[in-house]
Write a new protein. Structure first.
Ligand code: ACM
Length: 491
């Protein structure tokens, strides 16, 4: 099993699913039972039915029960029947465990009591640098669900492409979703070379609503990211009036930290609030990600308008202006009942009330934020950036951005820094992998970079740290990857 369960007691005998094709459940558990029936049907090629019945009738039975942990579950497999209990999410995870334990149509008798260590167990996926087909997003959600992960953080906008249809501002996708060419080779090599292949694409509202529903069925929240005030070139190519120079940039064909940023004017806030308003209609996620990273201050320093806004608002420097910018957006999101999350640069110039921090430049930002009583998601580049090389022989791997984050390093990651006391540690919600796609151009590349590292991360985030044993993990990983291969690639 991956992630490994916290308590597994081996019992006598086994249960044969093929001799009990009716799954029973309580009324509330019906949809979870139905999902399990469909999955079993797909796996075993047998017609499973679901029936609402209050008592265990010798087959598989699901029952909603409040356990100590809201995402926890109990799975008891005996020759005489199988029982799954938990919340709806818990039942889903119990089902994932059951499916992983299937050996043909047989399940070894066992009693499992299990619950996750962290509430934020996810992956980020950058669809701006390279657009990923909609069908792949669903497959990726499936893969996350199989690892009991519950967050897909979609990086929807950046300098190189705007990927979400916004009704009020159609040029965001008409213009902002397309670039004329793309950098070839590594971004640090000079002179820069480009292909001449246009690249782009975007997701419609309808598609994203479908993805949100698809993910919700698998107890996964889609956390959308709309980048501001930096990483805004694609948006400003479409609507230069919300920039500082009045000059329309091109959708950026290369990677890096770009000086083109949003202006801090009222009309820009109106635009961003309109955009976020539509984002909130599509994504019910409690958290909305506003980026906030890598915002060069040059344009604000050179803009008389930005300088006047700083004066009016008694802002000492451009860092304070960034904090003012983020604070305005935070107030807007809070007024709509949502929580703002951003990369750790939102600490610059003072962290706005109620904001959650994603600590990517190491853990220092996360430690400061947690000590100040803010929630944090630990995403340090050293351990969970899956755009890094994954072996000690990077020259044998396809081109990547750099770094070296091996499977073993991911497996050894501890999201709670030793500097935090028990109370502060409660602010660490969890972690997620980062899949920045500058050098990850296709779905196949995403899979190659995500796996098997994501398997290791799922265990870091779900399982009790006392179960952590790398050798044992590797032994479980081999059949686990084989099963994924059979399911997705038919081999
Ligand atoms: C980041 O990697 N710029 C958050």
């Amino acid at each position: 099993m991956i992630p490994i369960a916290n308590s597994v007691a081996i019992l006598q005998g086994s249960f044969d699913c093929s001799s009990h094709l009716t799954i029973t459940c309580s009324q509330e558990a019906f949809w979870e039972a139905k999902k399990l029936a469909v999955a079993l049907e797909q796996k075993l090629g047998l017609p499973f039915a679901v029936k609402i019945a209050e008592v265990l009738t010798g087959g598989i039975h699901l029952e909603v029960q409040q356990l100590e942990h809201p995402e926890g579950y109990e799975l008891e497999i005996r020759a005489s029947g199988v029982s799954l209990i938990g919340s709806l999410a818990g039942l889903f995870y119990a089902g994932q465990t059951l499916l992983q334990r299937l050996n043909g149509s047989r399940l070894e008798a066992v009693k499992i009591v299990d619950s996750p260590r962290f509430t934020w167990r996810g992956s980020h996926l950058d669809v701006s640098r390279h657009f990923m087909p909609f069908a792949f997003l669903k497959k990726f959600v499936d893969l996350l669900a199989k690892h009991k992960m519950n967050i897909l953080h979609l990086h929807l906008t950046d300098d190189q492409g705007w990927r979400l249809e916004i009704k009020k501002y159609p040029r965001l996708t008409e213009i902002g979703a397309w670039r004329k060419k793309t950098l070839v080779g590594h971004g640090l090599s000079e002179p820069k070379q480009f292909n001449n292949t246009p690249h782009g694409g975007f997701y419609t509202r309808t598609e994203m609503l479908e993805l949100v529903a698809y993910a919700a069925e698998r107890h996964i929240a889609i956390v959308p990211e709309i980048e501001m005030p930096g990483h805004a070139t694609a948006a400003l190519a479409a609507y230069p009036e919300f920039g500082n120079t009045g000059i329309a940039p091109e959708v950026c064909p290369y990677w890096g930290v770009i000086e083109t940023v949003f202006s801090p004017e009222e009309k820009t806030f109106t635009f961003l609030e309109d955009v976020l308003g539509e984002v909130l209609e599509i994504f019910p996620s409690q958290y909305i990600h506003i980026g906030g990273d890598e915002c060069p201050k040059k344009e604000w320093q050179e803009s008389a308008v930005a300088q006047a806004i700083m004066q009016e608002n008694h802002l000492e420097d451009e860092e304070a202006l960034q904090s003012y910018f983020v604070g305005r957006i935070n107030t807007f999101l809070q007024s709509k009942g949502r929580k703002m999350i951003g990369w750790d640069e939102i600490l610059e110039g003072g962290l706005t009330k109620g904001a959650t921090v994603m600590s990517w430049r190491g853990e220092a930002g996360g430690i400061i934020a947690a000590k100040a009583g803010h929630d944090v998601v630990m995403t340090p580049g050293t351990h969970v950036y899956f755009d890094h090389y994954q072996t000690k022989q990077p020259e044998l791997e396809p081109l990547a951005i750099g770094g070296c984050t091996t499977l073993e390093k991911v497996y050894g990651y501890e999201p709670i820094p030793a500097e935090l006391n028990a109370l502060e540690a409660k602010h660490v919600l969890g972690s997620q992998s980062q899949l920045w796609s500058e050098y990850i151009p296709t779905p196949e590349d995403v899979e190659r970079m995500a796996f098997p590292r994501l398997c290791a991360l799922s265990e870091v985030l779900w399982s009790d740290p006392t179960t952590r044993d790398y050798k044992n993990f590797l032994e479980r990983l081999e059949p686990h990857l084989k099963a994924l291969d059979v399911q997705y690639h038919g081999k």
